[in-house]
Structure formats: C-alpha cells, structure tokens
Design a protein around this ligand. Structure first.
Ligand SMILES: *[C@@H]1O[C@H](CO)[C@@H](O)[C@H](O)[C@H]1NC(C)=O
Ligand SMILES: *[C@@H]1O[C@H](CO)[C@@H](O)[C@H](O)[C@H]1NC(C)=O
Ligand SMILES: *[C@@H]1O[C@H](CO)[C@@H](O)[C@H](O)[C@H]1NC(C)=O
Ligand SMILES: *[C@@H]1O[C@H](CO)[C@@H](O)[C@H](O)[C@H]1NC(C)=O
Ligand SMILES: *[C@@H]1O[C@H](CO)[C@@H](O)[C@H](O)[C@H]1NC(C)=O
Length: 384
C-alpha cells in the first residue's frame, strides 16, 4: 500500500503530454500564418517577466482568447499550437515558447545532442516562435550526466540566442520544497547543477506543485498542500543557497489540486489515512465542494491552502486539497515580496472558461504580482 501510493503520486506528476513532439495545427511550411506579416517577427522586448503561462493546447479549442493577455509576458506551449495564438501573442508583445525534452540516455552523446539542438532551434525559427523551455525531468546523480546536462543546456541557449536574437530559453526546475523530495538540490534525485543552469538560461521556472505528500514510508498521514506557502519559502532559500537568486526564478503554481481517498474508518476532520491520490482540476474541485462537501471549505493555516471532505458513491471518504483564488493571491504576493522574477501556472487552460466569474477571478488574482504604481520592477534585466 505504501509503495503503491508513492507510485500513484509519481505517476500523476504533471508531465506535459507531448513535449518535443509534433504541434498539431501548425503548418509552418505554409509560411507566416498571421494576416499582418510583421506579427511573425520574434518579440524583442527587454525588461521584466511577469506572468509565464503554461498552456497545453488542444486543437480547435479557443479558451486562450479569454486569457488576460495584458499580464502575460510568455506563453509556453505544450500540445497543439494554434497559429492564431501566436499572432495574438505577438500583437500584444508576449513571447511564445515551446516545451522540449531530451532523455538522459542522450545527454552524453555529442552527435545526438547536436542534432537535437539544431532541430529545436529550427523548429522555433520555422514557427516564428520566441524560444525554448527545457522541460527535462530525469533523475540524475552521476556527475558526468550532470555535467553533460549543464553543457547541453548552455549550448542550447547559446544556439537559440544566436539564431533568434532576443529569444528566451528557460529550464523547468523542481519545486524547491524539500518536505518529500530530499534535501535542497536533490529534489526528486535531480542533482542538477542549478547554479550553472541559472547562469546559462534567461531564467528558471520552479514547478511549485506536487509538494503535497511526504514519502508515505516517512509519514503516511502527513498532509502538505500541493503548493504550501512554507514550501515556496523553503524553495526561495534553497535556490539562493544553490546560486540561483530569486530574480532568476519564476514561480509556477498549480491551477489544480489533489483528491485523496481516506481509510475506511476515517472521519471528516480526523486524520485521513491516504489509500489513493489523484489529481483533480480546479473546476472539478469547485464542483465537488459545491455539490458534495461535508462541512464546507476548510483552511489549512500552516500552508495557506483550502481543503474539504466528501463521500463518493461507494461512501468512501475523500479529502481534497487544492488552490483557489484566496490561496493563490497569498502565494503570488509572496513571490512579489521575495523578489521573484514572475509567477506562472500549470496550466492556464485548466479553468472552466465558460464560467466567467471563475475566469476573471483567477486572472485578477495574478495582479497580486503587479508592482505597486511607481515602484521599479525587481527583475528589470534585459534579455540576452
Ligand atoms: C502590423 O502589426 C504591427 C505590429 O503590431 C503594427 O505596428 C502595424 O501597424 C500593423 N499593420 C497593419 C497594416 O495592421
Ligand atoms: C550516439 O548515438 C548514435 C545514434 O543512436 C549512435 O549511433 C552512436 O554510436 C552514439 N555515440 C556514442 C559515442 O555512443
Ligand atoms: C501542516 O499541518 C498538517 C496537519 O496538521 C501536517 O500534516 C503538515 O505536515 C503541516 N505542514 C507544514 C508545511 O507544516
Ligand atoms: C462550467 O461553467 C458553466 C457556467 O458557469 C457551468 O454551467 C458548467 O457546469 C461548468 N462545468 C464544469 C465541468 O464545472
Ligand atoms: C463558477 O465558478 C465559481 C468559482 O469557481 C464557482 O463558485 C461557481 O459555482 C461556478 N458556477 C457554476 C455555474 O459552475
């Protein structure tokens, strides 16, 4: 049971569905897809990052038209890439980057790495895009692998910046929270050289989600939120120690939660002995809260995160820990106060875009990151 819970959590980590694969809907051989050709120019804006939005595109879906584009500085695309999204983003000065991945088995093979870099750079150029997001999440402990990863990342950034001046290259790093992932710098056994990665990249994107459960062998009844405030704080300190200043880190937070099945004898409000864990979308959690919660919404003061209980059709007790606009506001404000470079979310498309109040409140909450009028932005660094 303990081992299988870990397996469930490990398997449900949000891995982009098609990193580095094709981008359906993207026919770059037909040339610039925008009616105004100048919108196919890459973005040259320098200056601060603000909202870095992960977007998992679904062909034909236009929910992205309802994003608050006045706040987005970068939209990082996984899945289908809608050419109209590119034209729109460029019209409002936002960069469009794509998530890419290369497995550890290739890191030390120079010819494979060279071919991979050339292919990704060409993909950005052919697609009129603005750069790459390295979503590499393999465990790596061998110093030769770690060195190879630093080197291939630096070479990717160099090649990309050279081919498209003003382009952006970023790297997704694990949540800094160490409660269930090992000590600082060893999260998920990714013993990467984070200082070297930060030096090579325009900035790093901390995936501040899935920080929720201790390894069950250590504490099967411990609860920590998907994105607890103390975990963000630990992350800031951890990365600082590893040579990554807050101004080089965008904090990406979850627009989803976790649904835990508790033990057969557990009661709402008592300890939930986790039998299974599954991710739940924000709209899924909000719907259950409204229709089925026992005792309504509770607040975990030690993580600044809401949760509730419900019983499923077979009357098994569940506890759902998730983030809503109240908890996200607190965490975005923290990112601003701590001097982080920006905030983001996994994923921007995960709201119920037919629910106008949900959409406006989630995007409005991101304004907690806005600097007060007249105050200089903390991360006023020019792009390479
Ligand atoms: C094309 O887009 C550019 C950049 O947004 C703008 O300056 C220019 O006026 C547009 N041209 C037309 C014909 O709309
Ligand atoms: C690198 O990968 C290629 C293609 O898989 C293979 O043919 C070659 O032997 C590898 N080189 C080394 C040094 O492992
Ligand atoms: C918050 O409290 C819960 C339950 O009391 C505990 O399991 C959890 O470890 C605490 N989290 C933090 C980050 O202190
Ligand atoms: C999405 O929002 C609409 C309108 O508010 C609502 O009718 C619908 O039930 C919601 N869908 C889900 C899956 O929550
Ligand atoms: C719309 O979203 C809000 C906030 O998530 C929720 O409280 C409300 O019940 C939703 N409305 C419908 C009709 O689903």
């Amino acid at each position: 049971m303990r081992a299988s819970l870990y397996l469930i959590l490990a398997l449900t980590l949000p891995r982009p569905v098609s990193a580095g694969e094709g981008y359906p809907g993207w026919e770059t051989d037909q040339g610039c897809p925008c009616s105004n050709q100048s919108l196919c120019e890459p973005i040259h804006r320098v200056g601060p990052e603000r909202v870095f939005a992960f977007h998992v595109g679904v062909a034909g879906n236009k929910d992205w038209t309802q994003y608050d584009w006045s706040q987005i500085t970068t939209v990082c695309v996984f899945g289908a890439l809608d050419p109209e999204l590119l034209c729109h983003a460029h019209r409002v000065g936002a960069r469009v980057t794509i998530g890419v991945d290369i497995g550890i088995a290739s890191w030390r093979n120079a010819s494979l790495v060279d071919a991979w870099i050339a292919e990704k750079v060409r993909k950005v150029q052919d697609g009129f895009l603005d750069g790459l997001n390295l979503d590499i999440e393999d465990s790596a402990t061998d110093p030769d692998d770690v060195r190879a990863l630093s080197s291939l990342s630096a070479r990717t950034a160099e090649a990309m910046h050279k081919a498209v001046p003003g382009s952006q290259v970023t790297f997704d790093v694990p949540s800094g929270g160490m409660l269930n992932q090992g000590t600082c710098g060893t999260q998920y056994n990714r013993r990467y050289d984070f200082g070297a990665l930060a030096a090579a990249m325009d900035f790093l994107v901390a995936m501040d989600y899935d920080s929720n459960a201790h390894y069950p062998s250590k504490c099967p009844t411990c609860f920590d939120a998907n994105c607890g405030l103390p975990i963000l704080e630990q992350g800031t300190r951890c990365y600082e120690k590893l040579g990554v200043p807050a101004s080089k880190l965008v904090l990406a937070m979850p627009w989803y939660g976790y649904d835990y099945t508790c033990g057969p004898d557990d009661k709402p409000g008592d300890i939930c002995r986790i039998q299974a864990a599954a991710q739940i979308s924000y709209p899924g959690a909000a719907g259950l809260l409204l229709s089925s919660s026992i005792g309504g919404r509770h607040w975990a003061a030690n993580t600044s995160t809401p949760y509730f209980y419900y019983r499923d059709r077979s009357s098994a007790l569940h506890r759902v820990d998730y983030d809503d606009v109240d908890s996200l506001r607190i965490k975005y404000a923290y990112a601003r106060t701590a001097g982080h470079r920006g905030v983001g979310m996994w994923t921007a498309n995960s709201l119920n875009y037919t629910n106008v109040s949900e959409v406006s409140s989630f995007w409005e909450a991101l304004k907690e990151f806005e600097p007060p009028p007249g105050e200089d932005d903390v991360a006023n660094l020019a792009y390479v």
